[in-house]
Design a protein around this ligand. Structure first.
Ligand code: BG6
Ligand code: MG
Length: 212
């Protein structure tokens, strides 16, 4: 019996993945290399510092811990420049309608995101008020595919894992939800998200009865 829905942010509520990609690409370019959108898929759902490690590996660049922190800080500033230009019409299609229908059915709504910028983004797109709980990169010690972020979301909404449904666009996020013992609905491509219980292309095709 589903009592809560736990939503990833980037790529599920709003398409910030394109802004992350732009900012990471700028970092790579300034370090003298480039990477593809295909490689970018691996960065979805994982933390800022883990993303940096992967990207540096692709470019065969070695940096000291101090330099890594400095580059990650730079990337975040470039990313936030893009985020500050976001508007509420960037919320992905069907999301407000679906969240409104959850509220009407007394199903709790929580965010389960790796991002440390989640509240800022939800404010920018006018979505903060929908959420009963927000668990994000500022609260967790273990990133996806570890289930911690979603288990904390279950706890914050007073639900057991089996009463929660996770919405995820990232392979690591789908794995996190499954590892937490939850039903997982992938948002995106069924080829990439094949570990999800089922996959939707977008929220226009999502209805409450598919939660059960
Ligand atoms: C996830 C994104 O939601 O948040 C990742 O999918 C990103 O691409 C991660 O690296 C951390 O985000 P932030 O905003 O804290 O740098
Ligand atoms: Mg995501």
């Amino acid at each position: 019996n589903t009592k809560a829905c736990l939503f990833d942010l980037d790529g599920v509520i709003v398409d910030t993945a394109v802004y992350h990609f732009q900012a990471w690409r700028r970092l790579a370019n300034e370090l003298g290399f480039d990477f593809t959108e295909h490689q970018n898929e691996q960065l979805k759902g994982i933390s800022r510092m883990e993303s940096l490690e992967l990207i540096l590996g692709w470019g065969n660049v070695t940096l000291s811990e101090e330099e890594k922190v400095a580059w990650a800080t730079r990337k975040n500033a470039w990313y936030l420049d893009l985020v500050m230009q976001m508007t509420p019409d960037e919320v992905l299609k069907g999301v407000p309608e679906f969240l409104t229908s959850l509220r009407a059915d007394n199903i709790k709504i929580a965010l389960g995101s790796a991002s440390k910028n989640s509240k800022l983004i939800l404010e920018r797109i006018n979505m903060l008020d929908y959420f009963d709980a927000i668990i994000d990169g500022n609260n967790i010690t273990k990133g996806k595919p570890d289930p911690q972020v979603f288990l904390m979301g279950a706890e914050a909404t007073d639900c057991k894992p089996e009463e929660c449904v996770v919405f995820e666009d990232a392979v690591a996020g789908v794995q996190a939800g499954k590892a937490g013992g939850m039903k997982v609905i992938g948002v995106g491509s069924a080829d990439i998200l094949n570990e999800a219980d089922f996959v939707i292309a977008g929220f226009e095709e999502m209805t409450i009865d598919r939660l059960f």
